[in-house]
Design a protein around this ligand. Structure first.
Ligand code: AMP
Ligand code: GLY
Length: 412
């Protein structure tokens, strides 16, 4: 089987490494730090492959899966209809309310006055989200009502996030540890992957701006099989069935971003893909025939394969980011130490925002540049190895959180 993995980040690198155990891989387009993998600049729908696995949200929302399916291709990834779960938070919230999935109270607005009125009816802290895609950066959580009001104005006017913010979701803030549960779906059935936790803020202790994710780990000590089972029963399966009732045959990853509140798990968001950097730890721990499982989901035949199994080993991923990330990453710096870091046993160094300069050297080319993943008998060992590998790589003013997987109770 030849698998075309669409995307160019650390998530796709990690997927490629796991899929390559039982299939041939071509990355479209991948990046020059993905040593040993075939890459192509051919448009993904024109690549010769038996299965397409679409990594990022933008091509999913744009309907790439539909276009490949229209040519007869087998695709892991929802069509544009299913990807609306991620492409429009307002649409997602409507679906959650209709399917009675536990989630934060919220309403959607395109006018300032009613949005401000609703805000003042909530006790606070407050959450203001862009309706459309904003690379994980369109969410403000604040205990300052003034800041929430200013954010509503900035988003609705189009100033802050262009058209993505012309509708906003205003919601109550929930409290509790955060958790990511990702399921692979075949339209009717879903199998959960192991739980993971992501660290969203740029700074230690969960401070600073929201990012795409600065690190992740799995397993999650406070999310045992019972918690994952609850998430499947109360959130993932009702959502999959609600989609099906609306005529959407959802085949791909369904990612539930959750908060474990005193009233049980509540959904903060759904994504239509694997998380980044959650995938970097999940695909590291996923045992057996990963390519076969993704193909079975794409075929609508998950019942033909066993539920995914995960190694007893822990995995921790530390993101190495460019200075200025997430607001304005400064790129073009030469990256030192990759080869030695890649030689460390039990670890991986996945490439995300990198390119080559005229002299062929790897240079930084995006916000999140590299991902150091360590494995070990427990989280402490995995963490130590991830940081050892991260410490072997350098460029000027590299940004790394120092507390990934240190507090495994939930400060993300
Ligand atoms: P989202 O893109 O919707 O997952 O939001 C990004 C991050 O904002 C989440 O990972 C949470 O840390 C935070 N967040 C989103 N919604 C809420 C909420 N209702 N209450 C508290 N924090 C939230
Ligand atoms: N790590 C969060 C996400 O992929 O959306």
């Amino acid at each position: 089987m030849r698998v075309c993995i669409v995307g160019s980040g650390g998530r796709e690198h990690a997927i490629a490494a796991a899929v390559a155990r039982s299939a041939d891989v071509v990355l479209a387009p991948g990046n020059p730090g993905m040593d040993g993998f075939e890459r192509t600049d051919v448009s993904p729908e024109l690549v010769e492959a038996d299965l397409w696995v679409i990594g990022p949200e933008v091509p999913l929302v744009d309907g790439l899966a539909d276009r490949v399916r229209a040519r007869g291709g087998l695709v892991f990834g929802p069509g544009a209809d299913g990807a609306r779960l991620e492409g429009s938070k307002a649409w997602m919230k409507d679906l959650l309310f209709a399917a009675r999935v536990p989630t934060a109270a919220s309403r959607t607005f395109s006018e300032e006055r009613p949005a401000l009125d609703y805000l003042s009816s909530l006790p606070g802290p407050w959450v203001v989200k862009t309706d459309g895609l904003a690379a994980g950066k369109g969410v403000l959580v604040t205990s300052s009502r003034r800041q929430a009001e200013a954010d509503i104005r900035a988003k609705l006017s189009g100033q802050a996030f262009g058209d993505a913010g012309r509708r906003v979701v205003v919601e109550e803030a929930l409290d509790g540890p955060e958790l990511s549960v990702i399921a692979i779906c075949d339209g009717k059935r879903a199998y959960p992957l192991a739980a993971a936790q992501d660290f969203k803020r740029v700074g230690d202790g969960g401070t600073g701006a929201n990012t795409g994710g600065m690190g992740a780990y799995s397993p999650v000590p406070f999310a045992d099989d019972e918690v994952v089972g609850q998430v499947m029963e109360r959130a993932v399966l009702p959502t999959l069935h609600a989609l099906r009732k609306r005529g959407t045959d959802y085949r791909g990853a369904l990612y539930a971003g959750l908060m474990l509140t005193e009233d049980g798990p509540k959904v903060l968001e759904f994504n239509a893909r694997f998380g980044d950097p959650e995938a970097q730890v999940l695909f590291t721990r996923w045992e057996g025939d990963v390519a076969g499982a993704l193909a079975a989901a794409a075929e609508g035949a998950l019942s033909d394969v066993d539920e995914p199994r995960f190694s007893a080993h822990a995995a921790v991923c530390v993101v190495l980011a460019a200075p200025g990330y997430p607001e304005a990453p400064r790129t073009g710096a030469v990256i030192e130490g990759i080869e030695a870091a890649r030689a460390v046993p039990g670890a991986s160094l996945y490439a995300a925002g990198v390119s080559r300069d005229a002299g062929g050297r790897l240079v930084t080319a995006g916000g999140r540049v590299l991902n150091a993943v360590g494995t070990g008998a427990d989280l402490a060992q995995a963490r130590q190895l991830a940081y050892r590998v991260a410490g072997m790589v350098s460029w000027p003013d590299m940004v790394v959180r120092s507390d990934i997987a240190m507090q495994t109770g939930g400060v993300a």
